[in-house]
Write a protein that binds this ligand. Structure first.
Ligand code: SAJ
Length: 431
């Protein structure tokens, strides 16, 4: 019997999505080539290492590299499936920048052959997958590309958004349902066959444009819901109410599920993606835009409350707990905690100490402020003011006995038993 053809998969972009995806696809038996423009990333992966922190990723990458199933390069090679997972940032006016996606697509063009499947996973404005097709079509007029209504293209082009939650990426890559949008139904079916090789969740096919909008809707939905929680927390502050108690009791209603207030919304997804919808339909999106603004405004509210607490405790050292954009990860991109802590560091200098178990050193904006890193035990010992900015498990586990004599501002609600939080701070601080 002839040996089974081993599918060759090229993953373009070895970031938070691309590298775990490449490793999971490799584990399923495909020969995976990871492409990245950074030589250091390529070298790290080829040595079996990882440049990002994600639960269990190091062991998985080491295993598939050792077995020869995953290797990395800066140069594209002929493959059967091309998966694009590069960043799609926003510019200063909140307009999406798809230049990395189009550059990745153009890099594929020289090696494309009949039967290949090109899949875009990057969060993208509606219509981007068609632009990928158009970019390839210009460079490869010898190949037949899919257009609505022409079933018999030689290349399949599809969109399949990633949906994984940092911290649970390897689990969710396998277990989450996937929404696979083809430029034509045939494209969707080709992409579906690829995802079935490693996804256990249901794989549902649709059009590329619907799949693009599905992804944006998911993150805008979460942003709007977090904005509701953050707005409630600002209202509760002005009324002198404990927002955590209000939410806990409201959530006993069978159809109410209010999310958790925090210092604002961070990360590279939820704080960015809703703008892709707003920018495409500015007149029709007052709610989505306002949610973005409410979540951004929460950061300034937190800075004002923290400032009031610090001023009320003159000369007392202050510990900011956490810099990451959310709990238990080492990702500091678009992090409200980082912004709050850096603002306080610029204002109060050496009084500010930073506890961040996930950072080897403080980010650059802390240089010259006088603020210093400190471990949790020393912070509890030395700092009379504690400002909780991230709900890392290690912070949650600090018992009341170790923090009862401190003045605390807990932006994440991790210490519900902390006495006097509502009374401690100025209550008329809004925005
Ligand atoms: N946050 C709150 N309150 C909450 C929930 C979150 O303040 O109740 C904050 C977090 O602290 C963080 C930000 O929101 O700063 C975003 O965190 P997140 O856990 O909601 O989401 P991400 O950015 O880690 O991942 C999201 C997920 N999308 C949805 O849940 C709809 C994930 O499934 C996506 O794959 C990811 O965006 C992405 O890559 O788009």
């Amino acid at each position: 019997m002839a040996p089974k053809h081993q599918t060759k998969v090229a993953v373009l972009g070895l970031g938070y999505i691309g590298l775990p995806t490449a490793a999971v696809v490799a584990r399923s038996g495909a020969a995976v080539l990871g492409i990245d423009i950074h030589q250091t990333v390529v070298d790290t992966v080829n040595s079996g290492g990882v440049h990002i922190e994600e639960v269990d990723l190091d062991a998985l990458v080491q295993g598939v590299v050792q077995r020869g199933l995953l290797r990395a390069s800066t140069q594209i090679e002929r493959s059967d499936v091309f998966l694009i997972a590069v960043p799609t940032p926003c510019d200063d006016d909140h307009a999406p920048d798809i230049s990395h996606v189009l550059a990745a697509a153009r890099s594929i063009a020289p090696v494309l052959k009949i039967g290949d499947v090109v899949i875009l996973e990057s969060t993208s404005p509606v219509g981007t997958t068609e632009q990928v097709r158009d970019a390839l079509e210009v460079l490869r007029p010898d190949l037949k590309f899919p257009h609505a209504g022409n079933g018999a293209a030689e290349i399949a082009v599809a969109y399949c958004p990633e949906r994984v939650l940092p911290g649970r990426i390897l689990v969710e890559l396998i277990d989450n349902d996937r929404c696979i949008g083809g430029i034509t139904p045939r494209c969707a079916r080709k992409a579906l066959a690829f995802y079935r090789t490693f996804v256990r969740g249901a794989c549902v096919t649709t059009t590329a444009r619907v799949a693009e909008m599905v992804k944006l809707s998911e993150n805008a939905f979460r942003d709007v819901n977090i904005a509701f929680a953050n707005e409630l927390s600002i209202v509760a502050d002005t009324m002198g109410l404990d927002v955590w108690e209000v939410i806990k009791l409201a959530n006993r209603h069978p159809r109410v599920n209010i999310l958790t207030p925090g210092p604002g919304v961070g990360g590279h997804c939820i704080a960015v993606d809703p703008w892709f919808i707003v920018s495409a339909a500015p007149e029709q999106t007052p709610l989505i835009r306002t949610a973005r603004e409410v979540n951004d405004k929460k950061i300034h509210h937190v800075i004002a409350r923290a400032t009031a607490l610090i001023e009320a405790n003159p000369g007392v050292p202050v510990a900011c707990l956490g810099l990451a954009f959310k709990a238990n990860i080492d990702d500091f991109r678009e992090s409200p905690a980082r912004l709050v802590a850096a603002t306080l560091a610029r204002k109060y200098g050496s009084r500010i100490r930073i506890v961040e178990p996930y950072a080897a050193q403080l980010p650059r904006e802390f240089e010259g402020t006088g603020a210093s890193p400190i471990d949790l035990d020393a912070a509890l010992e030395d700092c009379g003011v504690l400002i909780v900015l991230v709900d890392h498990d290690v912070f949650k586990s600090v018992p009341l006995a170790e923090r009862s004599r401190h003045a605390v501002y807990d932006t994440r609600g991790i210490w519900p038993d902390q006495p006097g939080q509502v009374e401690q701070v100025g209550l008329r601080l809004v925005g």
